[in-house]
Design a protein around this ligand. Structure first.
Ligand code: PEP
Ligand code: MG
Length: 659
């Protein structure tokens, strides 16, 4: 018995959805298969399902054979068509941050790996910051099987040994997941590994090999390589990265089989630079991360789990050095620059002093500023200046909170759209915005609607070829022409507004009609949600002031919106007619140019006169040398990268002290 349908699962049957689908399938006695393009796999294996690479909007067939085939078909087709209906507790508890593809936040300044001199190497700048410290080379020996064919009477015992080892690894991972100390991001990573360890694909492949006479360790190594190679071959970055996970799980099983201690990073000295060809996410997530000064790896890139863990724990990292990493095996000391991807082996006295100085200066500044984390900066007249964070993904919430952000002044939604192969669904967006709102309530979370153009094309939107994409079909212009995409985002925002203080702002506004048209769409979305009985709440609508036109019509705009947020990055490039990405005109791209400062002042005046909030979310908002000027102009909210928050609060307090 079979039925075909179009898959409506956002992103397709990636990691977590695959696991949920398998959980559902396993609830039925029947044999269940999923068929795509003529290829059928068991619906009871999440690894096999992931490897089928089923994408959103593709047609698949569910086949069931057994006593409860009708019920199985109904439930599984139901899930594929409406994945949110009937989600179990586990699924609900999954933070969107743990979902497939969510963890690929790009680190700044990626550079290609390239040799750079005798004791200098260059790899991928995967996590920013400077570090210098003793080298801690971590090159665990390769694991090898016995390499002899088992006798027939040995096979059953070997299978038992193998199953016990798999059980031990699963139990160890369950234990890790049960610990409160695991951060949300690390928990998602360990959960993904546990899924692989619990999956029939790896274990089934290995058991098949044992039955053929392989010893368990050899069987696991071969099985892991086979499955990892399949993940590597799929045309999907997220699935490619799962190859490393399969190897990591295989290695854990082998270590238990060999009775060897788990590879331990426990003895890593304080401040040491961890050097490895590859570090399993499982090993790194459990390592004493606070003691690790930096990470240098042969493997890994922007989207690898090592990069994500390093970034979320503030550990500078250079990855993807390839074979060059072997030059570090005998290093005594290593200096690394996570902003440029440089690694220096046994630095000379001058380099050592330079790095030590940078690390110390950064640490000293950080330590001196921490007292400002909980400060609510007030001016002498009692007015509060809100210091908020600019972020682009849920993974950055922790850093923003740690810094003492008073809400989010700019959530760039582009990343949500860029990191996926398809346009993000309304549900997925609503979950993301709601998670943000909850994390910062009662502080506001200002979500900027999609600001994307031909310079950064994304899957699912066809951009025309444009001579000047920065002057073209981007931001609000594109959104108003593609109301299908825009309404999905607005509906998600209305739904998320139930969970906290969501505000919405429009990018690239240059005409009043853009605000008015948006309001019409918001009203339409509100009416739809009401008719559908979906919980929703209204939000404040504001605009970014980042085009000269917006500055010039600011008094009229101020009557139509609840707030302004000045986007100095674009405003500077448009006022000065100097491409913000072109180094040749970088000198003109200066926010302190009187032309730009005057535009900021005009905006502030218009906003203050209309009694609406005026904030700033361009890079200039975090500049301590300009903060006092902006505040004096009447700005009451400044939003910046989390790293600048405490410094900005200090600047306001200094202003207040001066009176
Ligand atoms: C700006 O233009 O100042 C801004 C904050 O937006 P973005 O840098 O994302 O264009
Ligand atoms: Mg901008």
């Amino acid at each position: 018995m079979e039925r075909s349908t179009i898959v409506r699962v956002h992103e397709g049957l990636h990691a977590r959805p695959a696991t949920r689908f398998v959980k559902l399938a396993k609830g039925f006695e029947s044999d269940v298969e999923l068929v795509k393009d003529g290829k059928a796999v068991s619906a009871k294996s999440s690894v096999k399902l992931m490897l089928l690479a089923v994408k959103e909007n593709q047609e698949v067939t569910v086949r069931a054979n057994g006593a409860d085939a009708i019920e199985a078909l109904e439930a599984l087709i139901g899930y594929l068509e409406n994945p949110r209906a009937g989600l179990d507790d586990e699924a609900e508890a999954q933070s969107p941050a743990n979902d497939a593809g969510q963890e690929a936040a790009p680190a700044p300044g990626f550079v290609p790996a390239a040799p750079d001199g005798a004791n200098r190497l260059r790899g991928v700048a995967a996590s920013e910051g400077f570090a210098i410290g003793p080298a801690f080379a971590h090159f665990p020996p390769d694991i090898a099987g016995r390499g002899r064919v088992l006798r027939a009477e040995e096979i059953e015992g070997e299978i038992d040994r193998f199953r016990t080892a798999v059980g031990a690894v699963q139990a160890r991972m369950d234990l890790a997941l049960a610990q409160d100390s695991l951060s949300a991001g690390d928990r998602g990573i360990v959960a993904a590994l546990r899924d692989i360890a619990a999956d029939d694909s790896l274990t089934g492949e290995a058991e098949g090999l044992i039955k053929g006479g392989n010893d368990a360790v050899s069987a696991v190594i071969t099985a892991a390589s086979t499955i990892a190679a399949e993940f590597s071959a799929v045309d999907d970055h997220y699935l490619n990265a799962r190859a490393d996970d399969v190897h990591a799980v295989g290695r854990q099983i082998c270590l238990v089989l060999l009775g060897q201690d788990d590879i331990s990073l426990e003895n890593i000295p304080e401040g040491a630079i961890l050097i490895a060809d590859d570090i399993g996410a499982w090993d790194l997530a459990r390592a004493p991360l606070k003691r690790i000064g930096g990470v240098v790896c042969g493997h890994g890139g922007a989207t690898s789990h090592i990069a994500i863990i390093a970034r979320s724990h503030g550990i500078p990292a250079v990855l993807g050095l390839g074979g060059q990493v072997n030059a570090l095996r005998t290093a005594r000391e290593v200096a690394l620059d996570g902003n440029t991807g440089h690694v220096i082996i046994d630095p000379d006295a001058a380099t050592r002093a330079d790095f030590a100085g940078r690390v110390e200066a950064a640490a000293k500044e950080r330590a001196g500023l921490t007292i400002f984390k909980t400060v609510t900066p007030k001016l002498a007249d009692g007015r509060i200046i809100e210091i908020a964070a600019n972020i682009g993904s849920l993974e950055e919430i922790e850093a923003a909170q740690e810094a003492g952000a008073m809400g989010i002044g700019l959530f760039r939604t582009e990343l949500l759209f860029m990191r996926h192969m398809h346009l993000p669904s309304e549900d997925m967006q609503a979950e993301t915005y709601a998670a943000l709102a909850k994390a910062f309530a009662p502080y506001p979370v200002i979500v900027r609607t999609l600001d994307i153009g031909g310079d950064k094309p994304i899957a699912g939107i066809e951009f025309p070829d444009e001579e000047n994409p920065f002057l073209g079909w981007r931001g609000i212009r594109m959104c108003l022409d593609r109301s299908d995409i825009f309404k999905r985002q607005l509906r998600a925002l209305l739904r998320a507004a139930v969970h906290g203080n969501i505000k919405v702002m429009l990018p690239m506004v240059s005409d009043l009609s853009e605000v008015r048209q948006t309001r019409v769409l918001v009203d339409e979305c509100t009416a739809e949600l009401k008719a559908e009985g979906v919980p929703h709440a209204s939000f404040d609508l504001g605009v970014m002031i980042e085009t000269p036109a917006a500055v010039l019509i600011a008094p009229a705009l101020a009557k139509e919106v609840a707030f302004f947020s000045i986007g100095t990055n674009d405003l500077t490039q448009y006022i000065m007619a100097a491409d913000r990405l072109n180094p040749t005109v970088a000198k003109l791209n200066d926010v302190t140019n009187p032309a730009v400062m005057s535009a900021i002042e005009m905006t502030a005046k218009a906003g203050v006169a209309a009694g609406i909030m005026v904030g700033m979310c361009g890079e200039a908002a975090g500049r301590p040398d300009l903060i006092a000027t902006f505040v004096k102009m009447g700005l009451t909210e400044l939003s910046m990268s989390p790293a600048s928050i405490q410094r900005a609060k200090k600047a306001i307090m200094a202003m207040a002290a001066e009176g």
